[in-house]
Ligand binder design. Structure first.
Ligand code: PMP
Ligand code: GLN
Length: 379
């Protein structure tokens, strides 16, 4: 049979994590913490299981959780998403993204993505017959060239996918970026998917520019979010999306048939846990310590970098060390030096290689010390 995704292999996250396991390497590749969630949250989930939250959740998600999410948007961005019609709980951000694309993209529709891009965007577009229009970002700043975006927008543009804080580069979009996007989409029917899974992981006093802060943009946009990234439990696979009612109505037409609803006791536990806003408000500070530790420990190496502005990823340029292609170097680092990372070229369809690797610093301080010892040794 003919593959619907002829150019797709196995996601780099599975590949590098498997290689790390095989070679007993420290795994700073796939983005997940190597420490546990708050025991309080785990207790709340098991309490939910013990008190009968074990059958299907309502299709759009537990109402308690949607209320907690709605409250968060009021509190942080003074933005109103109606819990009943404008918030849907999903099986991670991944399912939200796939469902948004499936609900709106028709064959030949164009979807603008910025590369290096998180690897689930493009296959979702292709499976729905859409065409990805790729706008490359360049190391070391990874800024969006809005003039180029203006040139790439056409009557076929259905969707623009942005991601701030950005995986893999660790950069963030500014208010000026959002104004540019607002200007370019005004008087169009373009939908925006704003992937904000790292919204709380932002450093050096910067503010997260959620798309909901810009009213013209909010009216045409979905926000996607991930509890796995926020509360250190990527294995639970719970996330959500928000959008105005007209968009969310179309989203739910698909959601009800590709997942119906997601894990109920976990939703109840998360809803109870979120009653205390500190659970998410302290996250930036927590990860800034880890970023700073990681960077201070490699200060005297030949790796060059700009400190991540957000997310729990740091990209390092290694061109002063070797001329190897990034995929080769990432493999050698894993096999010979026992440290796994992610090469950035895999996130560009033309495999643009700026000699940059991504390291996940959502790890215990001890792991970060052992990992940076290796980086010092090879540098
Ligand atoms: N978007 C980005 C930018 C991500 O890094 C990830 C990985 N967490 C996702 C979406 C998917 O999130 P989830 O694990 O909740 O499906
Ligand atoms: N978001 C995680 C990362 O960027 C990986 C999630 C996955 O493995 N699909 O590393």
């Amino acid at each position: 049979h003919k593959s619907k995704l002829p150019n797709v292999g196995t996601t780099i996250f599975s590949v590098m994590s498997a290689l790390a396991t095989q070679h007993q390497a420290i795994n700073l590749s796939q983005g997940f913490p190597n420490f546990e969630s708050d025991p309080k949250l785990i207790d709340l989930v098991s309490q939910a299981m013990n008190s009968g939250y074990n059958q299907y959740a309502p299709m759009p998600g537990s109402l308690d959780l949607r209320l907690a999410i709605s409250h968060k948007y009021q509190l942080l961005y003074n933005s109103n998403y109606h819990p009943e019609h404008e918030i849907t709980v999903t099986a991670g951000a991944t399912q939200a993204i796939f469902t948004i694309v499936s609900a709106f993209v028709r064959p030949k529709d164009e979807v603008i993505i910025f590369t290096p891009a998180y690897d689930c965007y493009q296959p979702a577009v292709e499976l729905n017959g859409g065409i990805t229009i790729e706008i490359p970002l360049h190391a070391p700043d990874y800024r969006i060239d809005w003039n180029l975006v203006a040139k790439k927008i056409s009557s076929q543009t259905k969707l623009i996918i942005i991601n701030t804080p950005h995986n893999p580069s660790g950069t963030i979009l500014t208010e000026a970026d959002m104004f540019q996007l607002e200007k370019l989409t005004n008087n169009t029917n373009i939908i925006v998917l704003s992937d904000e899974v790292y919204e709380h992981i932002i450093f050096d006093g910067a503010n997260h520019q959620s798309i909901c802060k810009f009213s013209n943009l909010k009216a045409r946009s979905f926000i996607t979010a991930s509890f796995g990234k926020t509360f250190h439990n990527t294995g639970w696979k719970i996330g959500y999306c928000c959008a105005p009612k007209d968009l969310m109505t179309e989203f739910r037409k698909v959601h009800q048939f590709n997942v119906f609803s997601v894990n109920h006791p976990t939703q109840k536990g998360l809803a109870d846990y979120m009653q205390d806003a500190d659970t998410y408000l302290k996250l930036g500070e927590f990860f800034q310590h880890k970023r700073d530790l990681f960077l201070s420990l490699i200060a005297n190496t030949k790796f060059t970098f700009k400190p991540a502005q957000g997310s729990y990823f740091q990209v390092l340029n290694y061109s002063a060390l070797t001329n190897e292609a990034d995929v080769e170097f990432a493999k050698r680092l894993t096999v010979d030096y026992k440290l796994a990372s992610i090469p950035l070229s895999v996130f560009y369809s033309n495999q643009q290689d700026d000699r940059v690797l991504r390291f996940c610093f959502a790890k215990t301080d001890d792991t970060l010390k052992r990992a940076t010892d290796i980086l010092c040794k090879i540098s």
